[in-house]
Design a protein around this ligand. Sequence first.
Ligand code: AMP
Ligand code: MG
Length: 488
Amino acid sequence: MSSHAFAVSVPLDDVFARSLPELGVPHEAQEAPDPQLLVLNEPLAAELGLDPAALREPEGVRFLIGRSVPEGAHPVAQAYAGHQFGGYSPRLGDGRALLLGELRGPDGALRDVHLKGSGRTPFSRGGDGQAALAPMLREYVVSEAMHALGVPTTRSLAVVATGRGVQREEVLPGAVLTRVARSHLRVGTFQYVRALGDDDLLRRLVDHAIGRHHPGAAEDERPALALFRGVVAAQASLVAQWMLVGFVHGVMNTDNVTISGETIDYGPCAFMDAFDPAALFSSIDHGGRYAYGNQPVVAEWNLARFAETLLPLIDDDQDKAVELAVEALGGFRTAYSRAWLDGMRAKLGLPDGLADDVVQPLAEDLLALMQPSPVDHTSFYRALAEQGRGDGTPARDLFLDLAGFDAWAERWAAAGPDPDAMDRVNPVYVPRNHLVEEALEAATSGDLAPLGRLLEAVTQPFVVREGMERYAEPAPADFGRYRTFCGT
Ligand code: AMP
Ligand code: MG
């Protein structure tokens, strides 16, 4: 064996580092004093063509924290900019993250293998480059739940405790999350390049993004515009899915908006219990900019910032470029409304042939009834299906305005809903805040069992299982107001 013999031989490529060297600073992950593999996503490892047993070996764990770098890989910290809460920051970048390289899975798709919590980088600014264990486990649980719900997302391959203390309000155990994504290209990546004013680099970035995410755009007479249209469609569909499952991202800054259309950056995110357009959990979002009900409008705003970066490649005539971009951005509302309404039709079990102008008021009137009660967003749709099967009145029992609900339910029943079809799209188990907190608290004091059970529930969200009743229930009344944090 050569001196480059790795216990885990991972065929990592360096496509990003090679094609866009201006956007990646070669960098090494920090050493961990006592790395311990806490969670490994075996199904994902298999999907990627990696051997879970090898990843559990000491050398495999070293790979997962970026300390054993396969031949051919050249880890980089990626540069990007971004609008944070509406204000522009010209230089963000991976301040505690690292792109190890790309992996071509057995399905042929290229995926980034990326670390979070891997130490300081040239982009760290005032930050320590570290991540605490609980938030990394939180990202693992929530991202894997999203995947199981069918929502496009970055995936979580592993969490490794580092054995290093991380200074927050108190000293917390540190960890590295190994995550996997179609790419980490963001709107903020394009903003960074546009601000450099280097049109050649912008063109290479556009080509790279098209090649990875929207290959059809290459054939278009205006590839940059076609890329924009592709991202508009992907984000419209993504945000519609967030709305349908009751997910609040919490920090929809342009650096957290992917070109791939995957959900990224699970910081202050949370699933809402009671349906509420104002649902918001982030401790720093005082204005409610990223509240549940604002997400579609914010996504559109973020896409406008994306369009601005592409203008020089859309047309030489700036007015013409703006006109074309505005027209393409107009597609967001149509695509979003279509995806949302189709989703609501499915959640309510309504037939495909039923006219939109019947489905739309049914959906909207329902939400207007749910909000004041308040009604739990997730369990309501399962209760409604039960009631639709003639199994008591579990949905009705959730409402304060019984007459209002009864009138609505009559219209719904008259539309011919299929309760079994509803159960195939409405989850029983989502990572509810009180369950996540309980699991993280236990994990922080060394007991991973509650986390394991929660993962079991949320990675198979549509199948009711005996003994898992408490994972289907809303938070107890004394759980109180839930707060989430950024940069943990
Ligand atoms: P986020 O809120 O996670 O999207 O992060 C926004 C920016 O802050 C990114 O540039 C991160 O890399 C950076 N950042 C967050 N936490 C830290 C940290 N502990 N150390 C260094 N940079 C960080
Ligand atoms: Mg981020």
